[in-house]
Design a protein around this ligand. Sequence first.
Ligand SMILES: [Zn+2]
Length: 283
Amino acid sequence: MPELPEVETVRRGLAPVMEGQRIDRADVNRPDLRWPFPPDMADRLHGQRVLRLRRRSKYILMDLESAETLLVHLGMSGRMMVSGDPLGRFAHDHPVAQKHDHVVLHMDNGARVTFNDPRRFGAMDLLQTATADRHKLLAGLGPEPLGNDFHEQHLIDAFRGRRMPVKSALLDQKIVAGLGNIYVCEALYRGRMSPRRLAGRIASKRIAALVPIIRQVLQDAIAAGGSSLRDFRQADGELGYFQHSFDVYGREGHPCKTPECEGLIQRIAQSGRSSFYCAQCQR
Ligand SMILES: [Zn+2]
């Protein structure tokens, strides 16, 4: 499931082939994904120049000349493919259409952007650019973890009085937007903090220390995604999924990577999701 760094990698991969370009044609091959597509979506995309691509949490926002914004969410299994890339970074030839190619954007520079999503948990919507922040999916979101509004005092205030585990607090999208299971596990490991610790009982100093760690974990992953875009020509033009090694996520039963720690990584269930951590050095 794509998390913030994967979505940011998709945005960075799409921006050079889409920004400033016009959508010659949009093929919308079904009426819905997770929710119905907005009315007349193909017509509303047709002929529009893409002004810029932004990201909010795990949503990609494509601002169009028409003062509308196309919101894209990749869901669980959504993939963005680029073909016919005029910049030559991705596959040049358009592949044969695949079964789950639900939306295809034909750009006037010859690039084709295909949204493929076998499980259809993804979403697309068209919103007024000026009021995009008030969209139902965006309105309740907390600050961006890489933005200026996510700072030490914000997190200290957000944790105050909370009886939930710190793991759940960091997954709460109202506290910080876009953090998912993988990178919360990784950040808590780097912070030497048990995912079970109750948010409201953590000393302010330790909460504050999580902020730069969360930023660094995300930046490291975005850097890994960036090198996946840069270092090899992606033959199939698929964006966003890249090789990245984790310290604890998915490492149940393996030795802790902390020097001189003899612990093994454990997996526990919290709010129905797996937390991976080392009980020896994460307190
Ligand atoms: Zn350890």
